[in-house]
Design a protein around this ligand. Sequence first.
Ligand code: OOG
Ligand code: MG
Length: 263
Amino acid sequence: MLKTHVIDEIANELYKAEKHRYSIDKFVDKYPEMNEELAYKVQERLIEIKCNEEKTKRVGRKLGLTSKAKQVMMGVHEPSYGVLLESMQLFEGDPISISSFIHAKLEPELAFIFGKELKGPHVTVADVLAATEYIAPALEIIDSRFQGFSFTLPDAVADNSSSSRFIIGERFFSPEQFDLRLMGMVFKKNGEVVATGAGAAVMGHPARAIAWMVNKLFKEGQSVQPGEVVLSGSLSGAVTIAEGDHFSACFDRIGTVEAVFTE
Ligand code: OOG
Ligand code: MG
């Protein structure tokens, strides 16, 4: 069993690594007792530290490792979730400096914005869609705090599922009009297609990933609140970001979200 002070210690190490932009060793080697359950405790502690230190607040959640492409890329075969904070949100058109990151990568995702509380257990795809006010195209910048962007599931969970920043496109749509499984996506870097996909890449239906998460959150006595945003997890593999890169993720019928990176 990890003692409270060890949970604190790990959360602080992760916080400092992010703040000062250096990568650290995986924890599973040092603490073999680190499992998924303890890792979510570290994540909670890390979020508390960030909220206190950065005077920010929770605005939603993100899913990770929900597509086969991402699971194969990272060698981790189960999804994870993390918390989105207000301080992580960037807006389309803002130039993003790569000096803020350790070794960032970009992912095309679907954002769900909730109009009603979504609470487990036994939440289905239909329940997720009924509680969703809007969907929008989104990009997530991930930036693992671990060396070589290499980790096990508990490491990534402790590290708030590698979250760093997110951008939500500025057009919003009711999910009712779409079959999200069939929603096509083209991901471009500097005008060149780097990945293509469809909503079904995320667990067969992006809303299924959210149902999975809220059913898990229920066991912790937590739920998704009205007004919160949830990112589905990447539809494709993540793409490395370099200075000067311009990315766009274009989704069928709901439009494009873009990001530009500077020095
Ligand atoms: C873990 C987070 C993955 C996604 O969308 O699949 C993630 C990682 O790969 O670093 O955010
Ligand atoms: Mg992601």
